[in-house]
Design a protein around this ligand. Sequence first.
Ligand code: DX5
Ligand code: ZN
Length: 221
Amino acid sequence: MKFKSKKVMIAPSILSADFACIGKEVARLKEGGADIVHCDVMDGHFVPNLTFGAKFVKDLRKMSDLHFDVHLMISDPEKYVNDFIKAGADSITFHYEAQGRPEELLSAIRSANVMCGLAISPDTPVCEVEKYIPMCDIILIMSVYPGFGGQKFIESSYEKIKNVKEIIARTDSKTLIEIDGGVVFSNVSDIKKCGADIIVAGNAVFGSDDVKAAIENLRNL
Ligand code: DX5
Ligand code: ZN
């Protein structure tokens, strides 16, 4: 599946949702006008936290027709990518720090008709992944250290977004920029001005009493 919209897309992260009623939580996102469901997969090894695997995504897939964006924060992503493809992911992003030679995996994901993405953690400079950007449907810039929701946005991420935007323009690529971590109402406008296409937000959406208003604010601020 490819995105049709040229506008900024809002991708609430279910990491901050109530897992005990996850079906309802995802339904709330649809009603609230979200474009994407961001699924944070953590293995307790690549990051110091555990979440869920492909079975969870597969079961949730039946509950929603929104775009499912799987963010793998795991070691050896090549071992698990097929499971997430079969589970019905619409896009799969893995970390450059976990797979330093990403070409093959990016093209395997794309061959399965799933959008392919490469993520970089805050300490990885953009120049290290520059040559891979044109091969990606999505480049995900982590603006917090991966592992937990509700952290503070790292200010140097603004420069990274601009840098990636410039590379995309120079190479005439179609790659979308996804920003993930610490996005709140007070910084979302600056993040968009730098050139982000997909905005991930966990706490800003699920920490709010009104999910719809939160999504609208992220879209319109
Ligand atoms: C962090 C995850 C993020 C996170 C976003 O490792 O990749 O998707 O849940 O949550 P907030 O928006 O609360 O920082
Ligand atoms: Zn994420």
